[in-house]
Design a protein around this ligand. Structure first.
Ligand SMILES: [Zn+2]
Length: 165
């Protein structure tokens, strides 16, 4: 069984591997979510490509929560170590991230900061925001990851081109 030190070491390493990304262009986010939850036993249909999300350090799929949004996630030891929903609008030059979540055992290993940085690198020139406000205990996190970032992950409603649901 992995010790806490092993888990942290692996999570720190994972934070350096954001380029090891498998992208699934999904128009069926719910199906992808079903596949994830059941480890691929269900959610399969003829012609649906095998989703290698279990084995990829990082993955990019449709968001199971929000229509038209994407979900960036990191996987460790067969579990989801980190996930965040995001969406971008090139026309407005804006990006949003929502509900970043790191599993408790992998927190403070830089996964969230690395995931957000990867999204900024992949979408240069955008101002980044969040949809919701920041809980008091998450303010230090947002201050840390938002320093020097256009938009600073300040709360802002989505533009008319983006669905919130
Ligand atoms: Zn827009």
């Amino acid at each position: 069984m992995a010790t806490t030190d092993d888990s942290r070491r692996d999570a720190l390493q994972l934070a350096q591997q954001t380029d090891q990304l498998v992208r699934v262009s999904g128009h069926q986010p719910l199906r992808a979510a079903v596949r994830w939850i059941t480890r691929g036993r269900y959610g399969h249909r003829h012609g649906w490509p095998v989703i290698p999300e279990i084995n990829a350090p990082w993955q990019d799929t449709g968001s199971p929560e929000r229509d038209g949004w994407r979900m960036r996630a990191a996987n460790l030891h067969g579990d989801r170590a980190f996930a965040v929903d995001y969406v971008t609008c090139k026309r407005c030059g804006l990006g949003w991230v929502e509900m970043p979540h790191t599993s408790p055992e992998y927190q403070r290993c830089g996964l969230a900061a690395a995931g957000l940085a990867a999204l900024r690198t992949e979408h240069p020139g955008l101002s980044w925001h969040t949809l919701g406000g920041h809980f008091r205990d998450s303010i230090p996190f947002w201050t840390s990851v938002g320093t020097g970032v256009p938009g600073g992950y300040q709360q802002q409603a989505t533009c008319s081109h983006i669905s919130n649901f």
